[in-house]
Design a protein around this ligand. Structure first.
Ligand code: AP5
Length: 194
């Protein structure tokens, strides 16, 4: 049975890192909205150009652009049927509604919210040196996470889908906590890659 896992958490919480580890373990496809934008930018598409200014400033890309990019990723129904580890989307209520439409009702199995203290994520991001990892953009991303995205954590909690995982610690330790949360919440657990 396909598994649908959504990773939430502020900038630098480790969503991408942990998504990759889950992908390695379970062989699920990874879908990350930030990566979809960076890929569009690399290919110099119109959508990539539209998103760039917002990304550089740490602003949220407008919902219509984000939803268009994600819908394009799932244009082939088989891409939905195979399950996924999704990170960075949704970040607003409008996006959450769009995801429900893309997936159909009751498809999400688990939403994991990675919690990491603010000073730790700032340190991680400044050490990474990605183009949008400067103090101004990081502060704006953190601000927008609190105001726009954090309310979705309650939205998923109310639907019984949320597990909170402590994302502070080394990558393997956090990965073990993620597996424990998955084991506790998903029955059956996703099948491991042989
Ligand atoms: P996106 O790429 O999603 O950026 P982000 O949310 O700011 O997330 P990051 O990639 O910075 O952090 P992460 O949680 O994935 O952590 P990671 O594993 O990389 O989005 C970029 C921009 O695109 C947004 O600002 C916005 O403009 C736009 N955008 C994207 N999606 C959107 C949407 N849905 N709506 C609107 N706009 C959207 O780790 C970070 C660093 O920490 C790495 O160097 C990693 O090696 C390190 N690290 C990870 N885990 C650990 C650990 N346990 N210990 C020590 N170091 C660690």
């Amino acid at each position: 049975m396909p598994t649908y896992i959504l990773l939430m958490g502020g900038p630098g919480a480790g969503k991408g890192t942990q998504a990759e580890a889950l992908v390695q373990r379970y062989g699920l496809p990874q879908v990350a909205s930030g990566d979809l934008f960076r890929d569009n930018l690399k290919r110099e598409t119109e959508l990539g150009q539209l998103a760039k200014g917002f990304m550089d400033r740490g602003e949220l890309v407008p919902d219509d652009i984000v939803v268009a990019v994600v819908e394009e990723r799932f244009a082939n129904p088989r891409e939905v049927e195979s399950g996924f580890v999704l990170d960075g989307f949704p970040r607003t209520e409008t996006q959450a509604e769009a995801l429900f439409k893309i997936l159909g009702p009751n498809r999400l199995d688990l939403v994991i919210d990675l919690e990491v203290p603010r000073d730790v994520v700032v340190e991680r991001l400044l050490a990474r040196n990605r183009e949008d990892d400067n103090e101004e953009s990081i502060n704006r991303r953190l601000e927008l996470y609190e105001s726009e995205t954090k309310p979705l954590v309650d939205f998923y909690r109310e639907r019984g889908l949320l597990a909170t995982v402590d994302g502070y610690g080394d990558e393997q330790e956090v990965h073990r906590r993620m597996l424990a949360a998955i084991g506790e919440r998903l029955d059956p657990s996703p099948v491991e890659r042989s």
